[in-house]
Design a protein around this ligand. Structure first.
Ligand SMILES: Cc1cc2nc3c(=O)[nH]c(=O)nc-3n(C[C@H](O)[C@H](O)[C@H](O)COP(=O)(O)OP(=O)(O)OC[C@H]3O[C@@H](n4cnc5c(N)ncnc54)[C@H](O)[C@@H]3O)c2cc1C
Ligand code: SF4
Length: 553
C-alpha cells in the first residue's frame, strides 16, 4: 500500500532552497533530482492526490472529475482530474492532479525522429553537448517503457493489423510506461502487474502504470521533499534573496494569496500552466523574452474513431475490478503503425490503436446514436458496449506535425490558445485521409468527431500541448535557453538566476511522437546542468546507464 505523498498545507514552510510548481513529468524530475542533491524542496500542485484505487471508474465519478475552462466560461471543480481548456480555435485536454498528465495518459513513450532535433529552432548546445541522450537514458531508467510481449494476441492489436493493410505496413508493439510483471520500481514502490484492463486514460486503479505519482514523486518524498496539493501558484516575483511565489487554495477564488520564498524556482505546471504563470508575472513587471506565449504546437495530435467493421476490436476498457469478463483488453495502446516519410518529416505520422476508459461506456451509445452513424446502437445499449456493435469500435490516436504557430495568451487571467484557422493546418487533412483508408480496410466508417453536438464542437482537440516558453538560442528566438533557464530580456543571452521552465512548455516545435519521454529527458538534462552549475550531485550516471540499457528507448 502506497503512503500518501502530500502533506497538509499548514506544514508549508516560509522558505525553501527550491520550489517546484506542478508535478507532472518535468516537476517530478526536478523534485526527485534536487531533493537527492540535498536541497530543501517543496512541490506545489494545483490538483488533488489520487492514491491507487481512487481513480474514477463509473460515469458519475468521471463527471465529477471534469473541469471545463474557456475564458469567462467555466464549470466543474478547479481540481478536477480532466482539465479541458475550450478555445475559440482549438481545445486542449490536460491532467490535473499529483502526477499531472501521467495520471490519465496512455503512457506511450517514444523518442522523436532524429530530424526533429536537427531543426535550428533548438539551441545548438542541446544536441552538441551529448547530455540529451543521457536525459533519455535517465528518463527510461525511471519510467521503464516496455512493449507488452503478447501484444499480437490482443483482439484490438489484430484489428489494427487488419487496418494496416491500407498502408501495406504491419503494426509494431508500442513501448508504454507500464509494468507487465509484479515489480519493485527504482523509487522503491511495489507495483503489481498490469491486468490489461484498458483504463489507463481514466487513471490506473491497479498501480501498474509507471506514472510520476509512483516513480519520481515517491523518490522525491523519500529524499525529503515536501509535497502540497490543491494550491495554485498565480505568479512569481523577484524577492530580496531569490524568488517569491504567490499561491492560493485552488478551489477558493476569493482567498487572499499567500507566498513562499525560494532560491530556485522550477516552473513545471505544464505547457499552459507555466506559460500562464510567466504571463501573469510579466504583467507585474518580470522581464522575459517577447517570445513568451508564442510557438504553441498541438503536436499534430488527434483522436478519431471508426465503426461498423465486421470484426471485433475490444477497444473499451473493463476497469479494475473488471466490469465485464471476457478476452483481455490490453493497456490503452498496444500497437502502432509508423508511417515515416523519409523525404518530408512533417508528413510522417504514427497511428496508434487506443482504448476508451470503462467509465465512459454508458455514454458511448449516446454519442454514436446522436451522430446517427451506427445502425443498431440501441442493441449496444441493451447488451452493453462489450458485446454489441460498440465492441467493433476502433479508437485511433494519431500524432504528427504542425507548424507550431499557435499563441498562448491570457483571457480573464487564464491561458487560452489563439490559433486562427488551425483546422486548416495540412496535418489534419493528411490524418483524415489516412484514417479514412484505415477504416476502409476493415469495412468500417471513419468518424472524425462524435462530439460535434457538444461544447467541443468540431474544433481540433489536443492532449499534447507544447510550447509557449520554447527553447531558443537567445531571447530573440526563445523564452528559455538549452538548460531551461528563463531569459530575462536584458540582453540576448542573459537569464534570470534560479528560474527554470521544465515541462512541455519548453518544447519549441511539434515532435511527431507522444511527448512524455522527451519532456522527461529535457528535464533530466536540465537538472544535470543545474547540478553542474551549482556543484551539486545527485547520483551515479553509470547505474542509470545500466538500468536504461535494460529499458526500451
Ligand atoms: C488523455 C491523455 C493521453 C495522453 N497520452 C500520452 C501518451 O500516451 N504518451 C505521451 O507521451 N503523452 C501522452 N499525453 C500527454 C502527456 O501526458 C503530457 O504531454 C505530459 O503529461 C506533460 O507533462 P508536463 O510535465 O509538461 O506537465 P503536466 O503533466 O501537464 O503537469 C503539470 C502539472 O502542473 C499543475 N499545475 C498547473 N498550473 C498550476 C499552478 N498554477 N500551480 C500549481 N500547479 C499547477 C497541473 O495540475 C499538473 O498536474 C497524454 C495526455 C492526455 C491528457
Ligand atoms: S491496462 Fe489497466 S492495469 Fe494496465 S496500466 Fe492500464 S489501467 Fe493499469
Amino acid at each position: 500500500m502506497q503512503h500518501r505523498l502530500s502533506s497538509s498545507s499548514s506544514d508549508l514552510k516560509r522558505a525553501y532552497d527550491v520550489v517546484v510548481v506542478g508535478s507532472g513529468y518535468g516537476g517530478g524530475v526536478a523534485a526527485s533530482r534536487l531533493s537527492r542533491a540535498g536541497q530543501s524542496v517543496c512541490v506545489i500542485e494545483k490538483g488533488r492526490e489520487f492514491p491507487t484505487g481512487s481513480f474514477p471508474s463509473r460515469l458519475p465519478e468521471l463527471r465529477r472529475e471534469l473541469q471545463l475552462n474557456g475564458g469567462k466560461m467555466r464549470s466543474g471543480s478547479r481540481t478536477g482530474l480532466f482539465d479541458f481548456r475550450l478555445g475559440a480555435d482549438i481545445h486542449v485536454l490536460v491532467g490535473c492532479g499529483l502526477g499531472g498528465g501521467s495520471l490519465i495518459n496512455a503512457g506511450v513513450a517514444l523518442k522523436p525522429d532524429a530530424r526533429v532535433f536537427a531543426d535550428p529552432v533548438w539551441p545548438e548546445e542541446l544536441v552538441a553537448d551529448g547530455l540529451l541522450e543521457l536525459g533519455y537514458q535517465r528518463a527510461a531508467a525511471m519510467l521503464r517503457p516496455a512493449r507488452y510481449p503478447n501484444a499480437p494476441e490482443l483482439t484490438k492489436y489484430r484489428a489494427l493489423e487488419a487496418a494496416s493493410a491500407a498502408f501495406g505496413l504491419p503494426p509494431v508493439a508500442a513501448p508504454v510506461v507500464v509494468s507487465f510483471e509484479d515489480t519493485v520500481n527504482p523509487a522503491g514502490v511495489a507495483q503489481p502487474a498490469c491486468t490489461l484492463c484498458g483504463d489507463c486514460c481514466s487513471g490506473c486503479n491497479v498501480g501498474a502504470k509507471n506514472s510520476v505519482a509512483v516513480t519520481y514523486l515517491p523518490d522525491a518524498k523519500a529524499h525529503g521533499a515536501d509535497i502540497f496539493t490543491e494550491l495554485s501558484v498565480s505568479h512569481i516575483a523577484k524577492g530580496e534573496t531569490g524568488w517569491r511565489l504567490y499561491f492560493a487554495p485552488s478551489n477558493d477564488k476569493d482567498a487572499v494569496p499567500d507566498f513562499v520564498d525560494a532560491k530556485t524556482v522550477v516552473l513545471a505546471a505544464g505547457t499552459l500552466g507555466s506559460t500562464e504563470i510567466l504571463l501573469r508575472s510579466r504583467e507585474r513587471g518580470l522581464g522575459v523574452s517577447d517570445r513568451l506565449g508564442e510557438g504553441f504546437s498541438a503536436n499534430g495530435d488527434i483522436i478519431a474513431f471508426a465503426l461498423g467493421g465486421k470484426e471485433r476490436v475490444n477497444g473499451v476498457g473493463v476497469g479494475h475490478p473488471p466490469k465485464f469478463v471476457g478476452d483481455a483488453i490490453g493497456a490503452c495502446v498496444a500497437g502502432q503503425i509508423e508511417l515515416s516519410d523519409t523525404c518530408e518529416l512533417d508528413r510522417s505520422m504514427i497511428l496508434q490503436e487506443g482504448v476508451l476508459p470503462s467509465a465512459l461506456a454508458p455514454l458511448l451509445p449516446v454519442f454514436f446514436i446522436a451522430g446517427g452513424r451506427l445502425l443498431g446502437a440501441a442493441q449496444s445499449l441493451i447488451k452493453g458496449v462489450y458485446q454489441g456493435p460498440l465492441s467493433h469500435l476502433h479508437t485511433f490516436f494519431v500524432v504528427s506535425h504542425d507548424d507550431a504557430a499557435g499563441r498562448i495568451k491570457l483571457d480573464n487571467g487564464s491561458a487560452q490558445v489563439d490559433w486562427p484557422r488551425v483546422a486548416d493546418q495540412p496535418v489534419y487533412a493528411r490524418v483524415d485521409a489516412a484514417l479514412t483508408r484505415a477504416a476502409g480496410a476493415v469495412g468500417a466508417r471513419y468518424i472524425k468527431n462524435p462530439m460535434a453536438a457538444t461544447n467541443m464542437s468540431t474544433k481540433p482537440t489536443t492532449a499534447h500541448p507544447l510550447g509557449g516558453c520554447g527553447m531558443g538560442q537567445d531571447a530573440g528566438k526563445g523564452v528559455v535557453n538549452h538548460k531551461c533557464q528563463v531569459f530575462d530580456g536584458n540582453s540576448p543571452d542573459s537569464v534570470h538566476a534560479g528560474l527554470y521552465v521544465c515541462d512541455g512548455a519548453a518544447i519549441p516545435r511539434s515532435i511527431g511522437v507522444n511527448p512524455l519521454l522527451t519532456i522527461t529527458a529535457l528535464a533530466e538534462r536540465a537538472m544535470v546542468h543545474l547540478a553542474r552549475d551549482h556543484n551539486l550531485g545527485f547520483d551515479d550516471g553509470s547505474r542509470v546507464r545500466q538500468e536504461a540499457d535494460q529499458a526500451l528507448i
